[in-house]
Design a protein around this ligand. Structure first.
Ligand code: IVH
Length: 663
């Protein structure tokens, strides 16, 4: 192929990819693939400048603005960044900068937040306009939507003496935790789920109804001050200035005196990226001195004073070999992708979630397709969608079976619900999941009754529901392969011991929908006995902290089932403790009224044990750090909660110090 026709073909592919990504919000190729196409075109045009056309995608900074919003003209173009994927490219970048500077160059290293870039204008301290980047010259005016983002200041801090006009730029993003919550809610409501936080954020900013943007709970980090504040002469100082004006600035920015420190920062954050509650896809390295930035200038679409170091992609394409359906604890039929193994960000991915049949249908995913798979943070891999261009016509559409693949019972798919369910409560797959959950560490903690044993007990039909666990005896257990007298004795002893775990862990172990460890603790503490909970109505349940209508309805429904009541009666007859110590009221107990947050892995205690100790001393354990938090208990590899605590000046204790706070 001639260079000219290759360039034309690359342009077509890039234009198409841009259109799918920005206008349709439905990318068909991975970011890494896109970058590779663009790089090839840039190189080709550099080698053959006569091939460069004014409408080449290399001449444009980014996206096409759709016509749904009023245009937002940027007074100064919003540039994009050249990418580096290898340390050598950073070295070349540094050499160029040092040549122009005539000596060492200082840099600012920032995390590259995976969201979308926006510009915010303030007049006399008030937010007047906000827009997306668009193609760098003209974006979309999304002011009303951006006003709903809680971390975007509507007024600048008065004490900071804001100049008459301020323009700040930064990234709107969605926290991983908010993303999980959003997708879980959408899945419950039968709405399509988002492939990643960035797509959800980008869709959120471009909602036609600002109330819908508000629901997404978007966040913001500022990283560029564009106003004419002449006192600020470096990127580092402008970050400090942004902070003083009231903008959220990422706490992990760092100054680097030389390239070695830059490389170290990149290496460190590629390793630590999962600790953060937001997605980052690289590091942005900026020349610190504005004067030097100016001398380095801009070439084509990229500044020569900044570069993006991109982490190894967490997206890949592979073949969808099959769709396997497994049955969950509550009988849900879960479709899972069986993939041709593919390495993604250091692990080999062989399977991924497909959520439910609507997800498969809405994304037109077919067996045999080439698909895009992402692995975001610690979240399970997810199939984003098919690469339509790779279709051969041999792909097959998936149909959810109308009989349970495990027990053959009818499958129910209530209209309006996302999930199909096996209707047989005695289905082996459901029993297995329930037994495994009941015996797990956070629940009744029966050592020796893990995944394998739970599978064997249900396969051999020694256990048909969780109460049957307490009927097991030496004679029954001799049927289990590879169980000698010693292991039988141990298992029976551990089962016996589990009877005294108390109401909270029992409640959690029952696997009632929406009742996690914390909800179980609250209910156990407030009601004291299982009879009291079973007898409570929805309204009474909702008087407990954190129990909403959905949870209350689920608890009531559980105790309404004859089969469940019967099972609980059998557990009681077996001698399982169904009571909880009365909860110390806020004022009693040494930790009365104190709020704790746990983060990281504790050495001696499980999370459940630590929670129990705190609660029984009158304290409370919540999931996220806020101004109301009194203590953060940090174990090894703590997450972003620790950083947040430090930011808010909240007391951080380790496991031993927690012990000392307890009676
Ligand atoms: S600086 C010329 N800083 O990455 C300066 N960008 O291609 C341009 N991004 O469009 C931006 N975190 O959406 C900058 N700390 C950061 C960033 C960042 C994320 C995004 C932004 C930009 C793209 C670069």
């Amino acid at each position: 192929m001639s260079a000219a026709s290759r360039a034309e073909s690359l342009r077509e592919q890039i234009d198409e990819a841009n259109y799918r990504y920005y206008v349709q919000d439905d990318p068909q190729i991975t970011d890494a693939e896109f970058d590779a196409l663009l790089r090839e075109l840039i190189e080709l045009e550099n080698a053959h400048p006569e091939l460069r056309t004014p409408d080449s995608p290399t001449q444009r900074v980014g996206a096409i603005a759709s016509d749904r919003f009023a245009p937002f003209e940027h007074a100064r173009p919003m540039l994009s960044l050249a990418n580096a994927v290898a340390p050598e490219e950073l070295r070349a970048f540094d050499e160029r900068a040092r040549k122009v500077a005539g000596g060492d160059v200082a840099y600012v290293c920032e995390l590259k937040i995976d969201g979308l870039a926006i510009a915010l204008d303030y007049s006399d301290g008030s937010l007047t306009r906000g827009g997306t980047r668009g193609d760098g010259r003209v974006g979309e005016d999304v002011t009303a939507n951006l006003r709903t983002v809680k971390t975007i200041p509507l007024r600048l801090r008065a004490g900071a003496h804001a100049p008459a006009f301020v323009e700040a730029r930064g990234e709107v993003y969605l926290r991983k935790s908010d993303f999980e919550r959003l997708n879980a809610a959408r899945e419950r409501e039968g709405l399509p789920v988002f492939a990643n936080p960035r797509n959800a954020a980008s869709g959120g900013v471009r909602q036609l109804d600002p109330a819908l943007t508000a629901q997404r709970r978007l966040s913001f980090f500022a990283y560029q001050l564009v106003s004419g504040d002449t006192a600020v002469r470096t990127q580092w100082d402008s970050l400090a200035r942004l902070e003083a004006l009231g903008f959220p600035v990422n706490p992990h920015v760092a100054r680097a005196k030389r390239l070695a420190e830059v490389l170290e920062y990149c290496r460190e954050w590629e390793e630590r990226r999962d600790e953060l509650d937001y997605e980052i896809d690289g590091v942005v390295i900026k020349v610190d001195e504005f004067a030097l930035q100016e001398r380095l200038g801009v070439v084509a679409r990229d500044p020569r004073w900044a570069i993006a170091f991109k982490f190894k992609p967490r997206e890949a394409r592979t073949k969808l070999l099959d769709i396997a359906v497994s049955v969950g604890r509550t009988g849900t039929l879960n479709p899972n992708a069986v993939l041709e193994p593919v390495p993604i960000g250091g692990v080999t991915v062989k399977s991924a979630t497909l959520h439910n049949s609507d997800y498969i249908k809405n994304n037109d995913i077919r067996i045999g397709d080439t698909v895009i798979v992402t692995r975001a943070g610690d979240v399970i891999p997810r199939v984003v969608g098919p690469v339509i261009g790779e279709r051969t016509g041999k792909e097959r559409r998936f149909k959810m079976p109308d009989r349970c693949p495990v027990c053959g019972a009818d499958v129910d798919h209530p209209p309006g619900e996302a999930m199909s369910r096996c209707t047989n409560a005695a289905c082996r797959a459901q029993v297995y999941e329930r037994v495994r959950h009941f015996a797990s560490r956070g629940a009744m903690d029966i050592e020796g009754l893990g995944d394998v044993m739970a599978a064997q007990l249900t396969e051999l039909r020694l256990v048909a529901d969780i109460a049957d666990i307490y009927k097991l005896d030496g004679a029954a257990l001799t049927h289990v392969p590879r169980m000698g007298p010693k292991s039988i004795e141990n298992l029976l002893r551990n089962i016996e011991r589990s009877k005294s775990r108390g109401l909270a862990r029992l409640l959690y172990g029952l696997g009632i929908r929406f009742v996690g460890t914390q909800t179980a603790q609250v209910l156990a503490g407030d009601f004291g006995t299982i009879e009291a909970i079973a007898a409570a109505g929805e309204e009474e349940l909702q008087r407990s902290e954190g129990i909403g209508p959905e949870v209350a309805a689920s608890v009531v429904l559980f105790f309404k089932q004859g089969a469940n009541r019967d099972m609980i009666a059998r557990l009681a007859r077996a001698g399982v403790d169904m009571t909880a110590p009365r909860r110390a009221r806020a004022s009693d107990g040494p930790l009365g009224g104190k709020t704790f947050v746990l983060t990281g892995t504790l050495e001696k205690l499980t999370r459940e044990e630590a929670t129990q100790l705190i609660v029984s001393a009158g304290g409370k354990v919540t999931g996220s750090v806020s101004k109301k938090t009194d203590y953060v208990v940090a174990g090894s590899e703590p997450g972003s909660k620790l950083a947040k605590a430090e930011q808010l000046g909240i007391a951080v204790v380790n496991e031993d110090e927690l012990r000392r706070l307890l009676p």
